[in-house]
Design a protein around this ligand. Structure first.
Ligand code: HPA
Length: 271
């Protein structure tokens, strides 16, 4: 995916009416309901967008939405791309590149994750304070696109401090429990073994999931401020590990996303 491809995609979307969005939103697994709150102005299936990969996971819809949320122009991804689907890191992160080219100034990300910190209950939310990537690849590998950002981007504050403060204020105002912690991204698609959960905890995880870090790296590369909320869908207790089904994860996500929606709307209002 070169710079020209990115512009091609952005120009296509502009022609479709995706004009002057200020906030980009990525909706994770089972977290598509925020869309009901958006005044939709335009909607395009990923399969109709040049250079966009097509989502292969049943629970992901694969639609790019342009509209208004709390009076702010937004572009939202209903469904994202995962490494385990076989996409390249460049494909996974193309939508974030394109959002920035469309003019987005803030990126709000959601995902479903397992709680490694056992003080965090399933169904609660966690604001990402930091992350550790255990993915085998990086979206910035290869020749740097200098127009987009530097060769060696800083990652000392991957999640924007001001945005995180807005998110924490939103949690207080909306009376939503919002933990804070470190997210570790793994390639998946299998869930982790007991030994892997012990290891993740030892190296510093509060939550584990299969997404988000590539998008956050690319956002940082372009100096696009981002914040991410994990919906904790299961408790990863190596001493009492039960098999979790995708259905269970989706059910918990559906319940917990109500809080996430309140937070995202509140932050949009205060931007
Ligand atoms: N690991 C464990 N539990 C999870 C994950 C994961 O990647 N995603 C959602 N729940």
């Amino acid at each position: 995916m070169n710079y020209q491809n990115m512009h091609e995609t952005a120009n296509f979307l502009k022609e479709q009416g995706f004009v002057n969005p200020v906030v980009g939103i990525i909706l994770g697994t089972g977290l598509g309901k925020l869309v009901d709150e958006i005044k939709i102005l335009k909607k395009v299936s990923y399969s109709d967008i040049p250079n966009f990969p097509v989502s292969t996971v049943e629970s992901h819809k694969g639609v790019l939405i342009f509209g208004e949320l709390e009076g702010r122009k937004i572009v939202a991804m209903q469904g994202r791309f995962h490494y385990y689907e076989g996409y390249s890191m460049q494909q996974i992160t193309l939508p974030v590149r394109v959002m920035k080219l469309l003019g987005v100034e803030t990126l709000l990300i959601s995902n479903a994750a397992g709680a490694v910190n056992l003080n965090f209950q399933k169904g609660s939310l966690m604001l990402l304070d930091d992350h550790i990537s255990l993915l085998p690849e990086n979206p910035l590998t290869g020749k740097n696109i200098d127009e987009l950002g530097p060769r060696f981007p800083d990652m000392s504050q991957p999640y924007d401090e001001q945005l995180n403060n807005l998110m924490k204020n939103a949690a207080i105002e909306e009376k939503v429990t919002l933990h804070e912690g470190v997210y570790i991204s793994v390639p998946g698609p299998n869930l982790e073994t007991r030994a892997e959960y012990r290891y993740l905890k030892i190296i510093g995880a509060d939550a584990v999931g299969m997404s988000t870090v590539p998008e956050v790296i690319v956002a940082n590369h372009m100096q696009l401020p981002c914040a991410c909320v994990s919906v904790l869908t299961d408790e990863c207790d190596p001493e009492h590990l039960h098999p979790v089904s995708l259905q269970e994860i989706l059910d918990v996500a559906a319940e917990a996303e109500k809080g996430m929606i309140k937070l995202f709307k509140n932050v949009c209002r205060s931007l």
